[in-house]
Design a protein around this ligand. Structure first.
Ligand code: HEM
Length: 517
């Protein structure tokens, strides 16, 4: 009997090994080869599949090489920011693919196909997020399906223009604090030199703390500090060798990450509890993002006969608050950083922008209506977003076989939308695509390019950036206040070295000389 049991066990083990082996073979060899054949048949070209790694080693080597030295001051940043994508498209053309390990990523450069990709949000979804990143953000930005629909519906009202209008004094406050600091750093000769990037980052964080948490702004600041510390640890871990399940091992770093994450959650929960108390005591609603979101959530629950399952849970609300920092801080800060760098180099545009700001506001506080009338400033911001889009690529994964015009995209492949290349494609923007020419936006986006879907700094379709208006108001406010007080030029110590991290930012900072007006 014992002998029969042992034989059966051995057979089970052998069959399991064969099944597992078959799956592994399929994953690292048969499936990639099948997909490669399929893509080539559709007219896409790329390197042949190399087992397990694909193009990953080349990609890393190209990145290291590209960022090893600065570049001349030029807007031709793609070879430095997305070197392997740039190289692949140069070598194989727009219809090309790269290997992310055993999965191919197709490049989508055609604006109409791109629109379809960003519109079919159920069949083509966001890439699966590295689990540790969920400690930093597990909100609207990475939700899918019904959960995304529900959250987007509840959060949308917080970003309506009439709500943002009420937040304008908060924007002003944070921007004013920053320029006051700059003012106090100016020497007797009326000038000073500084790296403006950390100041703009701090200001953008401050804006989120004020607009998200209102009167609990100080707690908001603490939350941001903790988020930054956590992001550093998460980044360090992700850059190391990937070992599945490592995040559950109680190492010093893993324990620290959990500790910080818990502290952030406790702080946000504290603010939410205070709000719930004041809301049930019938106190006036707060005009900040958290207050509006909680009100919208209650309305949604109310509309469904007080069914709490319909709205967002407390955990959801906490995660969405974290998302505001992750999605809205660095993006806006880098937009402003590049704007200052470019206006330093193109002083005629700096003069035109300042003239407009003085014409509309004089020396007064910028207000919402005035900000909406800034035409030259808007053209400049659009041109900066075109040439130095904070997001260099958008990524997607195909969940279900999908038709893109006459192309068939098989399930399981990744899609890459290289914004940095799309925004400077001469076929879409004209021969001067690489030049800084804000006047191309003088008649709006639709007249600046042959196809408006070619301008996607905030994405496109249903998942377009929810903070678009928020970011533009903030950037206009900050720029107006800076232009009212200072003129600026690039410092000789500035080195042009755009690099893609979370956003496309200057690798060695933004050293600028400020002159008090
Ligand atoms: C210049 C500033 C900004 C830029 C360039 C930017 C860019 C983007 C882009 C490209 C996407 C789409 C990503 C994709 O489709 O894969 C996105 C989504 C998002 N952004 Fe922004 N963003 C900015 C500011 C903000 C701000 C200020 C906030 C909030 C306070 C914010 C919150 C979000 C959220 C929550 C999403 C996800 C929307 C969804 O999936 O429904 N962003 N952003």
């Amino acid at each position: 009997m014992a002998c029969v049991t042992a034989t059966v066990s051995i057979w089970i083990a052998v069959v399991s090994l064969v099944v597992l082996g078959g799956k592994l073979l399929n994953w690292i060899w048969l499936r990639p080869r099948r997909l490669e054949k399929f893509l080539r048949k559709q007219g896409f070209a790329g390197n042949s599949y190399r087992i397990l790694y694909g193009d990953l080693k080349d990609r890393e080597a190209m990145r290291e090489q590209a960022i090893s030295k600065p570049m001349n001051f030029s807007n031709d940043i793609a070879p430095r920011v997305i070197p392997s994508v740039h190289h692949t498209i140069q070598k194989y053309g727009k219809n090309s693919f790269m290997w992310f390990g055993p999965t191919p990523r197709m490049h989508i450069m055609d604006p109409e196909q791109l629109k379809t990709v960003l519109t079919l949000i159920n069949d083509i979804q966001k890439p699966v997020m590295y689990p540790l990143l969920k400690l930093l953000t597990n909100g609207l930005i990475n939700h899918e399906g019904e959960k995304w629909v529900k959250h987007r519906k509840i959060i949308n009202p917080a970003f309506h223009l009439e709500k943002l209008k009420v937040m304008v004094p908060a924007f002003y406050h944070s921007c004013y604090d920053m320029v006051s600091k700059w003012g106090s750093m100016v020497f007797e000769n009326g000038s000073c030199e500084l790296d403006v990037m950390p100041y703009l980052q701090q200001m953008a964080a401050d804006v989120i703390s004020r607009t998200a948490f209102g009167s609990s702004y100080e707690k908001g600041k603490k939350i941001f500090k903790l988020q930054t510390e956590l992001a550093g640890l998460v980044n360090q871990t992700i850059m190391g060798i990937f070992i599945p399940g490592w995040r559950f091992v109680p190492t010093k770093s893993n324990r620290k990450m959990k500790e910080i994450s818990k502290e952030i959650t406790t702080l946000i929960l504290g603010i939410i509890n205070e709000r719930e108390k004041s809301m049930s005591a019938g106190e006036a609603m707060h005009g900040d993002l958290l207050g509006i979101l909680m009100e919208s959530n209650l309305n949604e629950i109310g509309r469904h006969g007080n069914n709490k399952d319909i709205g967002m849970s407390i955990d959801d609300v906490i995660n969405e608050c974290k998302t505001f920092y992750i999605a809205g801080q660095e993006t806006t800060a880098t937009l402003l950083t590049w704007t200052m760098i470019l206006l330093s180099s193109y002083s005629e545009w700096q003069d035109r922008a300042r003239a407009e700001v003085f014409e509309i506001f004089g020396n007064k506080k910028p207000d919402f209506d005035g900000l909406s009338r800034l035409k030259v400033v808007t053209m400049i911001l659009n041109e900066v977003l075109r040439l130095y889009s904070p997001a260099s690529m958008l990524g997607r994964r195909v969940k279900k076989e999908t038709k893109l015009g006459n192309l068939t995209i098989p399930a399981g492949v990744f899609l890459g939308l290289p914004i940095t290349l799309l925004h400077r494609d001469p076929e879409l923007w004209g021969e001067d695509a690489g030049e800084f020419k804000p006047e191309r936006f003088s008649k709006g986006v639709s007249k600046a390019t042959k196809n408006p879907n070619a301008f996607i700094p905030f994405g496109l379709g249903p998942r377009i950036c929810i903070g678009l208006n928020f970011a533009m108001i903030e950037a206009k406010m900050a720029l107006s206040i800076i232009l009212q007080r200072f003129s600026f030029e690039l410092s000789p110590s500035y080195t042009h070295a755009p690099i893609a991290g979370i956003t496309v930012h200057p690798q060695h900072g933004a050293h600028i000389i400020l002159h008090k007006l």
